[in-house]
Design a protein around this ligand. Structure first.
Ligand code: SF4
Length: 404
């Protein structure tokens, strides 16, 4: 699927066409995106039968100097080379815990590599095998849009009472904005704790950039009503909201979503219940409120993995998250019936850009002493982003293994 933003989210048909072309060609540049520019040099051919052997050989040659991280949504052909797998935050912390590794090869997307660069030492270099691997959700909140929104809140007289809470799935400059304005980063497992903390610091929350995680957490876990939440649309003047609406709201949700989890619908939940007797439906909190309300269980990728591992043999599950993970879980648990909640293919297209040719190219370049596709975050941004991340780490009783 094309997991990039719908035309109204991108802004113009011209830009939409550019984004589509980039996805098709896997080349080029998109300066308006959190994704970067094209990769230098020649990629090995995808048809090369020696790619697996080449990747192992390069990894062996680099030894402890390289540490390969693999996000749960990565392809199997890439995951097999990961020294550690996990969600974005766990991987960034794993990288920071390996100071002997000069090179961190992050098989994930751009914002994850940025977080790793923020949390690792200045001696370590973070590499994203394909600079085109971005995140459509992260792209839905741009730095200038967020600054404009803050001005709108200021004009409504509510900025001083508002605490930004920003999901890990965001660009480094948005994390920096959050730290600079007294806010905190959250993950899909500690969003409740982050919101509770934020409401102790202020009266309102500006939640970026995933409206669904913000709404689901506020309503399901904090007991707020849907009416307490307003949706700030960065493409409309003043976010499409009146000053009265901003003053009355407790949760100001940024209009952004995950294009993968946004595909799941309540009708799919109904259908799978009809089709599979006794099925338990487990979904990610990036799904819409309607889907989450119909599901039996809701949680991050790590939570989904743990739940399936602990489930009794013979139990039936329908899972609403990215397909690579669901397929891997089905293969690893043949004693359980595992169904994908969607009826059609639903990969994260940008995650899937990291493939074996890109990984081989990155590793072999390192063997030759050439660092390609390095991701760096300017220290002026990183210092505030680190502040917001540190506030998250200081949240009370943080569950460390239940995140997106
Ligand atoms: S699955 Fe969704 S949130 Fe995660 S990287 Fe892909 S588009 Fe972004």
């Amino acid at each position: 699927m094309n997991s990039y933003a719908a035309p109204d989210e991108i802004g113009s048909p011209e830009v939409s066409a550019t984004a589509a072309a980039l996805l098709l060609l896997g080349r080029g540049s998109d300066p308006d995106s959190e994704r970067g520019v094209d990769c230098p040099g020649e990629l090995p051919a995808a048809s090369d039968p020696n790619l697996v052997a080449r990747a192992w050989a390069a990894k062996r040659a680099l030894g402890d100097r390289v540490f390969v991280l693999g996000h749960h949504y990565q392809r199997d052909e890439v995951i097999q080379f990961a020294d550690v797998t996990g969600d974005s935050f766990k991987l960034a912390r794993d990288a920071a815990a390996r100071p002997e590794a000069d090179y961190i090869v992050f098989c994930g997307v751009h914002f994850m590599a940025e977080s790793a660069d923020i949390l690792t030492s200045s001696q370590q270099q973070v590499i994203l095998p394909d600079l085109g691997a971005g995140c459509s959700m992260a792209d839905m909140a741009r730095g200038n849009q967020v600054l404009d929104a803050w001005d709108v809140l200021g004009e409504a007289g509510v900025a001083d009472a508002t605490i930004p809470v920003t999901y890990m799935n965001s660009a480094a400059d948005i994390k920096g904005f959050t730290g600079e304005h007294g806010g905190v980063i959250c993950t899909s497992s500690n969003a409740e704790r982050a919101l509770r903390w934020a409401f102790e610091q202020g009266e309102k929350v500006l939640f970026l950039p995933d409206e669904h995680l913000g709404r689901n957490t506020a309503v399901r876990q904090l007991g707020l009503s849907l009416e307490d939440c307003v949706l700030y649309n960065p493409l409309k003047p003043n976010g499409g909201l009146t000053r009265e609406q901003l003053r009355a709201a407790k949760m100001i949700l940024w209009r952004g979503h995950c294009s993968v989890h946004g595909r799941f619908t309540p009708a799919q939940v109904d259908k799978v219940r009809e089709r599979v007797p006794g099925v338990r439906v487990i979904v990610h909190p990036e799904c819409t409120h309607q889907v989450v309300t119909k599901a039996d269980l809701v949680g991050s990728t790590e939570y989904i993995i743990r739940t399936i591992e602990a489930a009794p043999a013979g139990s039936s599950w329908a899972i609403g998250t990215e397909l690579n993970l669901v397929r891997r879980l089905a293969n690893e648990h043949p004693d359980k019936q595992i169904t994908f909640l969607e009826s059609t293919v639903c990969y994260c297209a940008t995650m899937n850009r990291i493939d074996l040719p890109h990984l081989v190219h990155s590793l072999e370049s390192l063997v030759q002493g050439q660092v390609i596709n390095r991701i760096t975050v300017d220290e002026s941004v990183a210092q505030f982003a680190r502040l917001a991340l540190d506030r998250m780490l200081a949240l009370p009783e943080m569950v460390s293994s239940n995140r997106d």
